[in-house]
Design a protein around this ligand. Structure first.
Ligand code: AMP
Ligand code: GLY
Length: 425
């Protein structure tokens, strides 16, 4: 099979590594890829939002199967364009991807399907939104409807903070059109977990779990980021809880998607809050998580390409999901200043040495080769150093051993990735 992976992050590097090792893969391409992905795939310089260009090129290059990584091409209808050209792909249609791209669509669907989630109300007028906040009090959560690159959410601890967030989104328009409509919701308290399940439109199968670390500094301090590291599996989810989440959250959602004529083909990434009264949905993503994928895929024993292809063809029922009996820890190395301003183009050395640590793999999240052929930083989150081992403690040790091999003075990382799972043992 000739396979195209769409995306340029650590998630896509993990996916490309696994697919490149599949006996079913004859050729692997990636649009646009990065300096790490280059080692296993032919990279095409096409941005992920150029969906028509990607589809046209896929057809011209006789691609047999496309794996769509990020949310933007999904929300722009890449899967639909590929379907129109007769090219199968992994990832939902534009209509089904609204589960992620429109918070109000997701909330309405959950209400109809009886999926436990935070109470919410939609607003298009700032005045009414402010009045609602005064009525409900704090803590309260303000969200821009639509995709805002993970930055559209404010968990406001005071009414003033909530009012400021409303004004930013609706009057300041800091999220552009994404903030024209907002959702105000009840604040849920508990531990967060990322729960993944595959659907082929007929069959739904549990994939696995992970936990992300959003705040930038150790001890979960500082502003939120796209994720500073992750581990998998999440020990908070035992077999009984897994079944409960499938029964109360994933399966009713999947049934409702079918019922409204938007069958979901791809991966449900449910962001859950484990509250005192049970698991409740924070949000759905219609794709694999980043950095969660970097710690899930190295644990997967089943051939990833065979699995995703079966999913795209409505044949998930026939595939057995098998996992290595390991835990994985992934540490993000980011450019100093992230999630604020940071420098690009700084040189990173000794990645080979890091990759030689037992169980470790260096996944590139935002890298580029410079004219001299050196690996340089090309984003905020730059690397994800992942290690697997029999235990989470050993996996964490190996991940930091690998991190410590890397020579990149302009980078930084958290030193406590995995702490929650380790504390739980
Ligand atoms: P999102 O961009 O929807 O993933 O939200 C970002 C983060 O905001 C989540 O990971 C949670 O930590 C937090 N969050 C979102 N909604 C809620 C809620 N209703 N209650 C508490 N925390 C929330
Ligand atoms: N782990 C956060 C995300 O993928 O959205």
């Amino acid at each position: 099979m000739k396979v195209l992976v769409v995306g340029s992050g650590g998630r896509e590097h993990a996916i490309c590594n696994a697919i490149s090792q599949s006996p079913l893969c004859k050729k692997l391409c990636c649009a646009p890829g990065n300096a790490g992905i280059e080692a296993v795939a032919e990279c095409w310089p096409i941005a992920t939002d150029k969906v028509s260009e990607i589809a046209t090129q896929a057809q011209a290059q006789n691609i047999d199967f496309v794996v769509i990584g990020p949310e933007v091409p999904l929300s722009l209808g890449l899967a639909d364009e590929l379907t129109a050209l007769g090219i199968p792909s992994f990832g939902p249609s534009k209509a089904a991807a609204e589960l992620e791209s429109s918070k109000s669509f997701m909330k309405d669907l959950c209400t109809r399907a009886g999926v436990p989630t935070a109470a919410y109300k939609r607003f298009t007028e700032a005045e009414a939104a402010r009045a609602y906040v005064h009525e409900r009090g704090a803590p309260i959560v303000i969200k821009a409807d639509g995709l805002a690159a993970g930055k559209g959410v404010t968990v406001a601890r005071s009414v003033d903070e909530a009012i400021a967030a409303i004004d930013d989104a609706m009057i300041g328009q800091v999220f552009g059109a994404s903030g024209a409509e907002i959702v105000i919701e009840e604040c849920m308290e508990g531990e967060e977990v990322s729960f993944f399940a595959l659907s082929d439109g007929k069959t739904v199968k549990f994939f696995t779990t992970a936990q992300d670390h959003k705040p930038v500094f150790d001890g979960d301090k500082g502003p939120n980021t796209g994720g500073m590291g992750a581990y998998s599996p999440a020990p908070i989810i035992d077999e009984a809880m897994k079944q409960r989440i499938m029964r109360e959250i994933i399966l009713p959602t999947d049934a409702e998607m079918k019922k409204i004529g938007r069958p979901f083909v791809g991966v449900y990434y449910a962001g859950l809050m484990m509250t005192k009264t049970g698991p409740r949905l924070i949000e759905y993503n219609a794709r694999f998580g980043d950095p969660e994928t970097e710690v899930m895929i190295p644990r997967l024993k089943t051939d990833l390409l065979a699995l995703l292809f079966a999913c795209s063809k409505g044949m998930l029922d026939g595939v057995d999901l098998e996992w290595h009996d390991t835990a994985a820890v992934g540490v993000i190395m980011a450019a100093q200043g992230y999630p604020g301003k940071y420098e690009k183009g700084t040189v990173i050395r000794n990645l080979d040495r890091a990759g030689q640590v037992e169980g470790a793999v260096v996944l590139h999240a935002g890298t580029k080769r410079n004219a001299a052929g050196e690996i340089t930083a090309n984003g905020g989150r730059v690397l994800c150093v992942t290690a697997t081992a029999a235990t989470i403690v050993e996996a964490q040790k190996r991940a930091y051993q690998a991190v410590d091999q890397i020579d990149w003075p302009q980078g930084f990382c958290r030193r406590d990735i995995g702490w929650r799972a380790i504390a739980r043992r």
